[in-house]
Design a protein around this ligand. Structure first.
Ligand code: F6R
Length: 365
């Protein structure tokens, strides 16, 4: 059932190109994006004055990417909360709010409670869910299925990628309706989206050996840091979560610009820093943060686009991903981070698919 892979997690990492194809099938084609399953009229979409995203864990980090991308493409305010916070703080939500709940399992207790609270307050709730017929899509007003296929490993990989892709589709769909991108721009964005499955396969192939080497070097470390700006920061959070979940290395993520406000004190000789630099408008900024940690002796691995050679002068290792519109880099840049967590855990001999203290579906708060 593991299809020849030693663990479900590796199998699921490798299923990402196919999963991406499925999340886009019937929804997007050259020049065209239609989300027929979402029954929101043009007027309703234009009437929302705010979008509010709720989720836990990895699903929450997909929502952070969603926030950046939806705001950039649609100029709509997007708030985001961890569901366990949202449900206990009388959030500002009303019938002018579109609430998006994100859950692979569709059973997460806090996310479900957040959904119910949002509905009580009059909001329309759209669920992004993987498991068909689970509780969250049954209770939500609108459902967008992720079609990632069954995810068995506790650490989420292909569901995350499809959540992120779902947010790209939603952002473009809303932008089309609100006319915040031109038809020509929309067509270009769609062409880029359609490249993702193939480029994800390329990324898997080109990352594997390099990441195995990093995992061998890093597996005895106690701490690791992940930095980035904008969507690269949200990937840092997800990369750090993956590493701590299955390899039990203490991993922290920071917006690259925050280093000098505290965490730089922890950067000493040999500490692994993984720097994600795919937002090209911020490339120089991230590069100067990379130099800050390098000057303190960190062992820096950078992830950036093929062809961006300047970074090589300032870091120890570079992992190149294929070129794509930078708004959509998340789906590719997360792949080496998933592989890093995986191979580090394997190197340490841990039970990758069943990490200690964690369950696949969290049905209690
Ligand atoms: C991390 C992980 C968890 C889940 C979280 C939400 O790899 O799997 O952080 O993302 O428990 O689960 P769902 O998406 O089922 O609501």
């Amino acid at each position: 059932e593991k299809g020849g892979y030693p663990h479900f997690m590796l199998k699921e990492i490798y299923e990402q190109p196919a999963a991406l194809r499925r999340v886009m099938a019937d929804r997007v084609s050259p020049g065209k994006i239609e989300l027929e399953e979402i029954n929101l009229s043009t007027e309703e979409i234009k009437d929302f004055n705010k979008i509010y995203i709720l989720a836990c864990g990895t699903a929450y980090y997909s929502g952070m990417i969603g926030k950046y991308v939806i705001e950039e493409l649609t100029r709509t305010t997007v708030e985001i909360d961890v569901a366990s916070e949202f449900r206990y703080r009388d959030p500002i939500v009303d019938d002018k709010t579109l609430v998006i709940v994100v859950s692979q399992s569709g059973e997460t207790a806090d996310t479900l409670a957040g959904l119910r609270l949002a509905q009580q307050k009059g909001a329309r709730v759209l669920a992004l869910t993987n498991v068909v017929g689970s509780t969250i899509p049954r209770e939500a007003d609108e459902v967008f299925y992720l079609h990632a296929g069954p995810e068995i490993a506790v650490a989420s990989t292909k569901a995350f990628t499809n959540m992120v892709a779902a947010f790209y589709l939603l952002a473009l769909y809303i932008a089309k309706i609100k006319d915040t991108v031109s038809r020509e721009e929309l067509a270009v964005y769609i062409d880029e989206l359609l490249k993702l499955p193939k480029l994800a396969a390329e990324t898997l192939e080109s990352s594997e050996e390099m990441i195995k080497g990093r995992a061998r070097d890093y597996h005895l470390q106690r701490d690791a840091f992940f930095i980035g700006r904008n969507t690269d920061y949200t990937l840092s959070l997800e990369g750090a979560l993956k590493l701590k979940e299955i390899s039990y290395i203490h991993a922290e993520a920071y917006p690259a610009g925050e280093l000098k406000h505290g965490p730089l004190a922890l950067i000493i000789e040999g500490v692994p820093v993984i720097a994600i630099a795919t937002r090209m408008s911020l490339y120089e900024k991230t590069l100067s943060n990379i130099k800050e940690v390098k000057a303190r002796g960190a062992d820096v691995t950078a992830i950036t686009f093929r062809g961006e050679k300047e970074v090589e002068k300032s870091v120890d290792h570079v992992l190149y991903i294929p070129k794509i519109n930078e708004l959509f880099s998340g789906v590719l840049a997360i792949i080496p981070l998933q592989l890093l967590a995986y191979y580090t855990a394997v190197e340490k001999g841990y039970d990758v698919d069943q990490p200690r203290n964690l369950a696949k579906s969290v049905t209690v708060e």
